[in-house]
Design a binder for this molecule. Structure first.
Ligand SMILES: Nc1ncnc2c1ncn2[C@@H]1O[C@H](COP(=O)(O)OP(=O)(O)OP(=O)(O)O)[C@@H](O)[C@H]1O
Ligand SMILES: [Mg+2]
Length: 453
């Protein structure tokens, strides 16, 4: 048992208190006692014990009332109820109110020991979960998830529709397009929102480490594993696990993931017993998983299992109306943080609108952040933006003193059309929209410039 875990034993029977406290100390627990509800609550405020053993019947208040107060004032403490005979209904009610477990009196010590052990384990998992959940995201990210383009609104509707179900969702999109935000939003809008949201950066860890993070390991499972560790799937129990950059995981890990998805069970690395968890899986990638399946790099069965529902985030360049809104949103947020009153001038905004945003929303955020720092007055102007941003790319505007001949207007137009087509993977409708011309006009130009494929 964890050394010196702290326990508060609350019971009005002095003899029981004395015997039980002695037994618990023999288990190397640090034990304090209280004879009434009032005494217990006083102790809690000062000591916040890890475990409270709470008698259901107390002289001054009911055990359930004490439980309620504990949940409010000392939420990290786990409560195990001590119940008499015939009070099963109340015991169950106590679980509903947030007790961890209950034991019928007179409780056999070995049974109590197991419950305490389990309660301590849960506590450890929860502490880890709250460390893992990144602090900054507001509980409901919806208000921070900005966009008004039809593409974005469609995306939001899809997210709202899939969030309440327990379905696995694959979020795809280019880097910086908002995949993690979508995952957080799905979690926040699900029935699991009060439970952990655990992010796993699959690309950041090499195979062995990733497996031990995901599935935990037994003591001695590999060199350096000097103690057993629960996996992130256990940490996420009852909540959501977000497998970021799923396209990067090895074939061996893919097999194990498929098994958890299919059976909700897994084993610790080096372990033999099956662990069952209730976890919703969300995954994200900026790679073309379907192509990876064709190339034999990603398991087809796992791909189908993950992509039951796919939420595809459009690139920022494909939802240009959102640029204005996002830019203004970031300026507002940063003004609040810096205590400033800056705004985007028309010239700067024009440049933002022209840029292609290969780094999507994150790139836009960084550009605004930088501009707010560089800009000393209140108006953000083009000179506060990176020089290349939204300006004609260098290769199109070869300068005479570098020896290159000046391109003609037609040559510029031809190169630009090629560039836009590349950016939208050859989608002509999108290209026409980006170029601000009709599709018919685009077809004519493609023919004239001999760009038809
Ligand atoms: N629609 C949006 N409204 C407001 N902020 C957004 C929006 N989309 C993305 N962001 C912000 O842009 C940044 C990048 O978003 P996020 O991390 O979700 O992208 P990602 O697709 O997961 O990126 P990567 O592929 O690099 O992991 C974050 O700071 C996020 O808060
Ligand atoms: Mg991400």
């Amino acid at each position: 048992m964890t050394p010196a875990a702290s326990v508060l034993l609350v019971d009005d029977d002095a003899a029981f208190r004395g015997v039980m406290a002695g037994e618990l100390r023999r288990l190397h627990l640090e034990v304090a006692t209280a004879a009434s509800g009032k005494e217990a609550l006083g102790h809690l405020v000062e000591h916040a014990p890890q475990i409270v053993l709470l008698d259901l019947r107390l002289p001054d208040m009911s055990g359930l009332d004490v439980l309620k107060r504990i949940r409010e004032t000392s939420p990290a403490s786990e409560v195990i109820m001590l119940t008499g005979h015939g009070s099963i209904d109340t015991a169950i009610e106590s679980i509903r109110m947030g007790a961890f477990d209950y034991v019928a009196k007179p409780c056999p010590l070995d049974e109590l020991e197991i419950r305490i052990q389990r309660a301590l384990e849960r506590q450890m998992l929860q502490r880890r979960a709250s460390l893992l959940e990144r602090g900054l995201t507001p509980p409901d990210p919806r208000g921070w998830f900005v966009g008004e383009s039809p593409e974005f609104q469609g995306l939001l509707r899809l997210v709202e529709r899939v969030a309440p179900s327990d379905a696995t969702v694959l979020v795809t999109g280019e880097t910086g397009s908002g995949k993690e935000m979508v995952a957080r939003l799905i979690h926040a809008r699900s029935t699991r929102s009060e439970r952990p949201f655990v992010v796993v950066e699959c690309a950041a860890l090499q195979e062995e480490l990733l497996q031990s993070e995901l599935f935990g390991h037994e003591r001695g499972a590999f060199t350096g594993a000097d103690r057993a560790k629960p996996g992130l799937f256990e940490v996420a129990h009852g909540g959501t696990i977000f497998l970021d950059e799923i396209g990067e995981v090895s074939q061996a890990t893919q097999v194990k993931l498929l098994r958890v998805l299919d059976t909700s069970t897994f084993r610790h690395v080096g372990g033999t017993s099956e662990i069952r968890v209730d976890v919703r899986v969300l995954a994200a990638t900026n790679r073309d998983l379907e192509a990876m399946v064709r190339q034999g790099l990603f398991r087809e069965d796992l791909y189908y299992r993950l992509s039951t529902i796919t939420v595809a985030l459009p690139a920022l360049r494909d939802r240009r109306p959102d640029i204005d809104l996002l830019a203004a949103h970031f300026v507002t947020v940063l003004n609040a943080r810096f205590g400033s009153r800056k705004h985007l001038g028309a010239g700067a905004l024009e440049r933002l609108r022209r840029h292609d945003w290969p780094g999507n929303v994150r790139e836009l955020l960084h550009v605004i952040e930088r501009a707010m720092v560089v800009c000393e007055g209140e108006e953000i102007r083009p000179e506060h933006l990176p020089a290349a941003l939204g300006a004609a790319p260098a290769h199109e505007a070869a300068s005479p003193d570098e020896g290159g001949a000046l391109p003609t207007l037609a040559e510029l137009e031809r190169t630009h059309i090629q560039r836009v087509l590349r950016a939208v993977d050859g989608h002509r409708g999108q290209a026409a929209r980006l170029l601000g011309i009709s599709e018919r006009n685009l077809y004519r130009k493609l023919r004239d410039y001999e760009l038809e494929s």
